[in-house]
Design a protein around this ligand. Structure first.
Ligand SMILES: [Zn+2]
Ligand SMILES: [Zn+2]
Ligand SMILES: [Zn+2]
Ligand SMILES: [Zn+2]
Length: 597
C-alpha cells in the first residue's frame, strides 16, 4: 500500500490529497495518479455534458428540423436522434490512421468535428422533443436527465414521476410542484428533503406526513401548521384563508419557508442504510467517499455524482452506473459495462477508453459513434494483434507527446478530455449548474462562454402585469410572451431566457393545483432550485449539539431529549456538505436520531 500523498493541482494550483486506497485503484486499472484536484476533475467532466441548453437545427441526413444540444456554431455535425441510432450511416467510414506526430487529443477532436452526433441523448421518449438525457418519457416539456415519467414540465433529474412541474431530484411522485430532493410525494407543493408525504405545502425534512403546512422535521403527522397541531376543520379553514392561488400571498409563504428551513434541525448529511460512506444523498452504498446523489447497491466508489444501481469500483464519474464495474473518469457511462475509462456516453461492453457515444463495443480506443465494434482506434478497424500492438504505442506516445492547452496545462495518458476541446461552452453545460461562474471568471479560467441568444420576440406582458390570482387567469395567457422578473430586476447569471410562455398543459396544471403563475423563466427557476441544494463539496466539522455557538444562538434549536453525551458538547465529527459558515444547526446521526423520531 502506498502512503497518502499531497499534490498541487495542475489546473487551480491548490493542494489536494491522494489517499492510499486511491493509489491501489489507479494501480489496479493501470492509470497514473491524477494531476487535477477532485473539484477540477469534476468540472472537466461536466464541461462535456450540456444537459439543458437546446437549439433548433436541421438534421444533416434528412433535413428535418430537430431540437439539439449542439449549437449551430459548435462545429459538430448533427443527425436526428433516430437517424443516428439507425444503420443508415457507417461510423467506420470516418476512421483515420493514428498520427504519431500529433497529440492524441487533437486527433480525437478532429474526428469529433467530422462525425455526426445524435441531436439529443434521449432514449425511448414519446412526444417529448424539448428535453435531453431523458429516457422513457411521455408528453413532457423542458425536462432533463429524467427517467420514466409522463406529463412533466420544467424538471430535472427525476425518476418515475407523473403530472408534475418544477422538480429537481424527485422520485416516484405525482402532482407535485417545486419539490427538491424528495420521494414518494403526492399532491405536494414546495417540499425539500421529504419522503412519503401528501396533500401538503412548504415541508422541510418531513416523513410520512399528510395535510401539513409550513413544517419541518415532522414524522407521521396530519393537520399541522408551522409545526403546531390543528383539528381537521380548523386546518382546512386556515388553508382556505391562506389564499394560495395568489402570487403575492405565495411570495410571503416562500419567504417564511426560508426561515423555517434555516431554523430546522439538519442531519450532517443525507446518508441512509450505508456503511463507511461520505458525501450526500447516498442510500445503500458501502465504502464510498466524496460521492453525491449516488444510490442503490454501490460499492467502493469515489468522487461519483449522480447514478449508482449496481455500481462497483468506480472513480470520478458523473451519471454512471446501472450494472457497471471498474469505471474511471467517465460521464454518462455504464449500463452493463466493464472497464470504461475516460469515456462520454458509452454504454454496454468492456475495455472502451477515451471514446464518445460508443455502445456495445469491446476493446476500442479514441472512437466516436461506434456500435458493436471491436479493436478500433480512431474509428479504424484493426485485427486483434494489430490493435494490441498499436494501442501500446499510442499509450506511450500520449505520455511523450502531450496535448498542451492554451493555459499550458499538459494532458498525457491518464487525463480526461481537455475542457477547451469540448463542443460546449462552460455555461451551456452542467459545470455552470454545480460550479457557477460569471462570464469574466469563466474566461479568466480559460473556459469558452456563450452569450444567451437574444430571441426575436417582444414581451407582450411584464411579470407585474400578470393577474395575481390563478382564478383570474384566462386561456388567452397562452398567447402572451411574459418577461422574466429577473430582467426587470437587473438580470442574473442563471441562463435567463428573458421571456417565457405559459403552455396550455401548464396552465391546466396551475389551475388544478391552485397555484399562481410563475414570474420567472424556467431557467431562473431551475437555477434557484440548484442553489437551494447543498453543494457537492465536503467539510470536516464537529456536531453542533450543545456547542457554545448553538446555545447562544437566538431562535436556535433546543434539544427535547437527553443525549448520549449528557451535558457535554457532542464529540462526534463528520464530513458534511454544510460549510462551516452556514447558519443551520448541524447534528451528527446519533443526536439527530435522538431529536427527530
Ligand atoms: Zn484544482
Ligand atoms: Zn429568467
Ligand atoms: Zn452529536
Ligand atoms: Zn447531542
Amino acid at each position: 500500500m502506498t502512503k497518502q500523498e499531497s499534490k498541487i493541482c495542475q489546473n487551480c494550483k491548490q493542494e489536494f490529497v491522494i489517499e492510499p486506497d486511491d493509489f491501489d485503484f489507479y494501480e489496479k486499472i493501470q492509470v497514473p495518479p491524477p494531476t487535477f484536484c477532485p473539484d477540477c476533475r469534476a468540472v472537466r467532466r461536466m464541461a462535456w455534458r450540456n444537459e439543458r441548453t437546446l437549439y433548433k437545427r436541421a438534421c444533416e441526413k434528412t433535413g428535418k428540423q430537430v431540437i439539439t444540444c449542439f449549437a449551430p456554431d459548435s462545429g459538430i455535425h448533427v443527425y436526428d436522434r433516430d437517424v443516428w441510432w439507425s444503420d443508415d450511416w457507417d461510423p467506420l467510414s470516418f476512421g483515420t490512421e493514428y498520427d504519431f506526430q500529433k497529440p492524441f487529443f487533437s486527433q480525437f477532436r478532429e474526428l469529433l468535428g467530422k462525425i455526426p452526433m445524435p441531436s439529443v441523448f434521449n432514449s425511448r421518449c414519446v412526444r417529448s422533443d424539448y428535453g435531453n438525457h431523458d429516457g422513457e418519457l411521455k408528453d413532457s416539456y423542458l425536462v432533463f436527465a429524467t427517467w420514466g415519467g409522463e406529463n412533466l414540465l420544467y424538471s430535472s433529474k427525476i425518476m418515475g414521476v407523473k403530472d408534475s412541474s418544477d422538480l429537481l431530484v424527485v422520485n416516484n411522485s405525482e402532482l407535485c410542484y417545486e419539490a427538491i430532493g424528495s420521494s414518494k410525494l403526492y399532491r405536494v407543493a414546495y417540499a425539500e428533503n421529504c419522503e412519503n408525504c401528501s396533500d401538503s405545502y412548504f415541508l422541510y425534512e418531513c416523513r410520512g406526513c399528510n395535510n401539513c403546512f409550513g413544517c419541518s422535521n415532522l414524522r407521521n403527522k396530519s393537520y399541522y401548521i408551522f409545526n403546531e397541531p390543528y383539528s381537521r376543520d380548523e386546518y382546512l379553514k386556515q388553508l382556505k384563508a391562506f389564499n394560495l392561488g395568489s402570487a403575492a400571498e405565495m411570495e410571503k409563504f416562500k419567504a417564511k419557508f426560508e426561515t423555517i428551513k434555516k431554523n430546522a434541525l439538519r442531519k450532517y448529511a443525507n446518508i441512509v442504510n450505508s456503511q463507511n460512506a461520505t458525501g450526500d444523498n447516498l442510500t445503500n452504498v458501502s465504502n464510498c467517499r466524496n460521492s453525491f446523489d449516488f444510490s442503490n447497491d454501490v460499492r467502493d466508489c469515489r468522487y461519483c455524482i449522480n447514478g449508482g444501481v449496481k455500481m462497483y469500483d468506480g472513480y470520478d464519474g458523473y451519471g454512471i452506473g446501472a450494472n457497471a464495474e471498474l469505471l474511471y473518469e467517465s460521464v454518462d457511462t455504464g449500463a452493463d459495462g466493464n472497464k470504461f475509462y475516460f469515456d462520454i456516453f458509452v454504454w454496454t461492453g468492456n475495455d472502451v477508453h477515451y471514446s464518445y457515444a460508443c455502445h456495445g463495443c469491446q476493446n476500442c480506443f479514441g472512437c466516436i459513434g461506434l456500435r458493436k465494434k471491436e479493436y478500433c482506434i480512431l474509428n479504424k478497424q484493426y485485427t486483434k494483434e494489430e490493435y494490441k500492438e498499436l494501442l501500446s504505442r499510442v499509450m506511450s506516445q500520449m505520455k511523450e507527446v502531450p496535448y498542451i492547452d492554451k493555459k499550458g496545462t499538459a494532458y498525457r495518458y491518464g487525463e480526461f478530455f481537455p475542457s477547451e476541446l469540448s463542443p460546449f461552452a462552460y455555461n451551456e453545460t452542467i459545470a455552470q449548474e454545480y460550479f457557477p461562474l460569471s462570464r469574466a471568471e469563466a474566461e479568466t479560467a480559460g473556459y469558452a462562454w456563450k452569450e444567451e441568444e437574444t430571441k426575436n420576440y417582444s414581451i407582450t406582458k411584464k411579470p407585474e402585469e400578470l393577474p395575481d390570482a390563478i382564478q383570474d387567469v384566462d386561456d388567452s395567457i397562452v398567447h402572451e410572451v411574459v418577461g422574466c422578473a429577473h430582467v426587470s430586476s437587473g438580470g442574473c447569471n442563471e441562463k435567463c431566457s428573458f421571456a417565457f410562455k405559459i403552455i396550455p398543459e401548464e396552465l391546466r396544471f396551475y389551475k388544478k393545483m391552485n397555484l399562481p403563475l410563475p414570474r420567472l423563466c424556467s431557467n431562473c427557476r431551475h437555477f434557484g432550485r440548484m442553489e437551494r441544494r447543498n453543494p457537492i463539496k465536503l467539510w470536516h466539522r464537529r456536531c453542533m449539539c450543545l456547542s457554545p455557538e448553538s446555545l447562544v444562538k437566538e431562535g436556535g434549536y433546543r434539544n427535547n431529549s437527553q443525549h448520549f453525551h449528557k451535558e457535554e458538547r457532542c464529540p462526534n465529527e463528520f464530513e458534511t456538505p454544510y460549510a462551516p459558515d452556514r447558519k443551520e444547526t448541524i447534528y451528527c446521526e446519533q443526536c439527530y436520531q435522538s431529536e427527530v423520531v
